[in-house]
Every structure is written in C-alpha cells, then in structure tokens.
Design a binder for this molecule. Sequence first.
Ligand code: HEM
Length: 130
Amino acid sequence: MTSSRPRRTELSSRADIDRLVRVFYERAMVDPLLAPVFEVLAIVGLDEHLVVVGDFWEQILFRTTRYQGAFIPVHRALHGKYDLTPERFERWRVLWHESVDELFTGVDASRAKSKADTMVVALRRATTGA
Ligand code: HEM
C-alpha cells in the first residue's frame, strides 16, 4: 500500500527548519484566531520575518548563534496591540505540533515540539501573566 502522504524525514538541517516554518506560517496566517495578529507581517515583511524565525529555531535545535532578536519584548508589544489570549497561544501550539508531525520525525522533531511547549508557557506568562 502506498500512502498519498509524502514520506516524513528526519528534521536535521536549516533547510528543514525553513520548510517547517513556512508550512506553519501558511496555516497560522489563515487561521481565524491567529490571522488578525499575523497581519502585522504585511507591514514587517513575511520573507524577512521567516529568516529571523528560522535563525531562532536553528539556535534552539542546532545551537547556532544566529538569532539576535529579543522575542519576549516583541510579543509583549504584540500583546499590547492584539491581545495574545491563552486561546491564541494554544492554537499556535497545536498548529506548530501539526506542522512538525506532518513533515518530520526523529529526535529533533520531538525537541521542536517540546521546546515550543516550554516557550508557549514562558511567553504566555511574560505577556499575559496567565
Ligand atoms: C499567541 C501566539 C503567538 C502569536 C500570535 C505570534 C505572532 C508573532 C508575530 C505577529 C510576530 C512578528 C512581530 C513583529 O515583527 O512585529 C512574531 C515574532 C516572533 N515569534 Fe511569535 N507568536 C506567538 C507565539 C510564539 C511562540 C510560542 C514562539 C516561540 C516558540 C514565537 C516565536 C517568534 C519569534 C522568534 C519571532 C521573531 C522575533 C524577532 O523579531 O526577534 N512566537 N510572533
């Protein structure tokens, strides 16, 4: 039996991270709960943003030092404008897990999910206090 789903591969390179981030953003940007927040990317520029987010994940998963941003203040500012509710954080988490599971397997795919879970909790506390 062949599956119509492409075979999942081990998450192991920057190219894999870029693919994952792009798939995740394709979903987040049309998600009814998240889209109103991600609309800010029309101003910031999606392509530049995806490079920054790729740098962030490359640092977390493969211990590079490319990411130079400050992601907590960025989300605090977003929360001031758009209200990053616990429901929005949970939707973000679910879409991230779905995107990872659809594309990748392996230790680093699992780490991409567990690290995201930890950061969702930290970021939610840092922004909403909840
Ligand atoms: C409610 C959940 C979330 C929403 C709606 C959201 C939305 C956004 C948006 C719209 C930006 C661009 C802001 C700008 O450039 O002005 C951004 C930046 C970013 N987000 Fe999130 N985000 C969420 C949660 C998370 C989580 C849990 C992580 C990490 C696991 C994350 C990682 C990042 C990173 C690394 C950036 C780039 C920050 C920088 O410019 O240095 N986000 N987010």
